[in-house]
Design a protein around this ligand. Structure first.
Ligand code: URA
Length: 214
């Protein structure tokens, strides 16, 4: 019998990532601390998610001679932030890949069905020649991630990856069932969800903690 493909999960277990994530989970961390740590984590995870990015040789002049040297084609990369918590990772990602373009996907969760409803979508032009990293710190039910990637795929980008901090097993399963070709990068796989769709043990509402709205 053919085997179902295994979800492409990249669990980033680097000690620095795990240490900073533990500090973020603490309910006593202030918004400032939370935001700073999220930015640092985004930088560290950018290192992992860009590991296989295509490179090109360019000619440069060192003080001594001319040489061919490798560079990432950063202009081809798009960070697609899933609003609003995705924005908390953008600064860190852009510090590492400053030439990347940025798109935004606005989705809200219907509080009854927990389904994602789109209210905003803005991406750079020429998406068919770009590699996209969709960013949302929390992969909970997976509905927003699936809806965002459905929409992104309609623009036919070269590739799509999904970057989060925490993933719930059901979110991974839902995203993988809808988009088995999209690898998921996460710093942790938590136990599950509560009745409101929050990740357990989790870190609470990421948007509220980033922006201090609660
Ligand atoms: N969104 C959040 O901000 N937190 C969760 O735990 C789940 C979804």
């Amino acid at each position: 019998m053919p085997q179902a493909p295994t979800p492409q999960i990249h669990h980033v277990t680097h000690p620095l990532v795990q240490h900073k994530l533990t500090l973020m989970r603490d309910k006593n961390a202030s918004s400032t601390t939370f935001r700073t740590l999220l930015g640092e984590l985004a930088m560290l995870m950018a290192y992992e998610i860009t590991r296989d990015m295509p490179m090109q040789a360019v000619e440069i002049d060192t003080p001594l001679e001319t040489m061919q040297s490798l560079m990432i084609d950063g202009k081809k990369l798009v960070f697609a932030s899933i609003l609003r918590a995705g924005n908390g990772m953008l600064d860190g990602l852009l510090r590492v890949v400053p030439n990347a373009r940025v798109g935004h996907v606005g989705l809200y969760r219907d509080p009854t069905t927990l389904e994602a409803v789109e209210y905003y979508f803005k991406m750079p032009t020429d998406m068919d020649s770009r590699d996209v990293i969709a960013v949302d710190p929390m992969l909970a039910t997976g509905h927003s991630a699936v809806a965002a990637i459905d929409k992104l795929k309609s623009l036919k980008p070269r590739s799509i990856k999904f970057l989060c901090l925490l993933a719930a097993p059901v979110g991974i399963a839902t995203l993988h069932a809808a988009h088995p070709d999209v690898p998921i990068y996460t710093a942790a796989i938590d136990r599950g969800l509560n009745e409101h769709g929050y990740i357990l043990p989790g870190l609470g509402d990421a948007g509220d903690r980033i922006f201090g709205t609660k």
